[in-house]
Design a protein around this ligand. Structure first.
Ligand code: PGA
Length: 255
């Protein structure tokens, strides 16, 4: 069992929710609830909340992350935000390749790779999302799909840089649907992704990599999911929007 080698990480993905006043209030109510967390705690907030969230979380164990960044350092990319801009604000981490980016905003494995590179170059930690569609699971190609997404996303990433990468396995059919993968399904695919990392970077790197599960994780199912050997944390959408629910998941990760 190598689970004890890895840091559990619980990250809230607020998606396009919470204005600045709400962001401040949510973080302020989270602070006392998660102050003794036995895991890393992140909130991934909308760009416009970043400064507010950083101020509200200053001096606490809550870290603030963004939900995306562009692959270029600067330039003619109207509406985009670069990784260096996030780093300058004091943001430490960023989600890359979330399935909603892939589904609604034309994100591909290649652009995910370019964004991962840019984020690492700017010194950020990356939460890299991979996961299969329902049709792919039904066709029994979950393994191939997650393996390919992982390999392409990490092209050109060195073993040293991998230490700043977390992978979030998020089956697309489980996101925001209330349908959670069973703990065994989550463990199986997280284990498979760890095998892909072992093939690319060696067993020690694979044993050290934090792999999260995401997709309708909540206070009721978190403990079982997080108890699995290969599930080292969670990327939480809906249940991260209220402090008691999110804090209960953080508490489950510390057990
Ligand atoms: P959910 O979202 O917890 O609402 O299913 C997870 C995610 O999309 O990161």
């Amino acid at each position: 069992m190598n689970k004890s080698l890895r840091k559990a990480v619980i990250a809230g993905n607020w998606k396009m929710n919470k204005g600045r006043a709400e962001a401040k209030a949510l973080i302020e109510s989270l602070v006392p609830l998660v102050k003794d967390a036995g895991c890393d705690v992140l909130v991934c907030v909308p760009y416009t909340d970043l400064e507010t969230a950083l101020a509200a979380a200053a001096g606490t164990n809550i870290r603030v992350a963004a939900q995306n960044c562009h692959w270029a350092a600067s330039g003619a990319f109207t509406g985009e935000i670069s990784a260096a801009m996030l780093a300058e604000l004091g943001v430490g981490a960023v989600i890359i390749g979330h399935s909603e980016r892939r589904q609604y905003f034309g994100e591909t494995d290649r652009t995910v790779n370019a964004r991962v590179r840019a984020a690492l170059d700017a010194g950020l930690q990356v939460i890299l999302c991979v996961g299969e569609l329902l049709g792919e699971r039904e066709q029994n190609i979950t393994g191939e799909d997650c393996s390919m997404q992982t390999k392409i996303a990490l092209a050109g990433v060195s073993a040293g840089e991998l230490e700043r990468v977390i992978i979030a396995y998020e089956p697309v059919w489980a996101i925001g649907t209330g349908k959670t993968a069973t703990a065994d399904q989550a463990d199986e695919v997280c284990g498979l992704i760890r095998g892909v990392i072992a093939g690319l970077y060696g067993k020690d790197a694979a044993d050290a990599l934090t792999i999260q599960y995401g997709g309708s994780m909540n206070a009721g199912n978190a403990e079982e999911l997080l108890g699995k050997e290969h599930v080292d944390g969670g990327l939480i959408g809906g249940a991260s929007l209220t402090a008691p629910d999110f804090a209960a998941i953080v508490a489950a990760a510390g057990k």
